[in-house]
Design a protein. Sequence first.
Length: 141
Amino acid sequence: MLPYRDSRITTIVIVVFFLLVLGYAYFEARGLLYGPRIVVNSETTEVHDPFIEIKGTADRISSLSMNGKQISVTEGGVFNEPYLLSPGLNRIILDATDKYGRRRSQVIQIVYTPPSTPSTSSGQASSPQTTTSSSTPAVAQ
């Protein structure tokens, strides 16, 4: 018999090797298992500036679109796209597709409230003050 045949160290090394292989296989299969991922702030927010930038990250994607328009993504998955809001509720839909054809959508809702402007009195008619011709002033009691 060989001395290393019944060694526990050999068994431990083989088990660790297979665990490393399984861990690496899981790491490489994440794209197949989970599909694309989009990370942005998806809370409904209220802004007073009509021009904003949609910023976030996207992982495991082959294409990304915002309201149907393709947007560019860096190699690290970071995107930054300008957007012009209309008054009221704006709904922005981000669609990501991976190389296997899986899709993921993220909806962002932003309420744009234009800054209030002071109203002018030119649209309101003013009534003239009526004066009496009596020489005694009115006294308040």
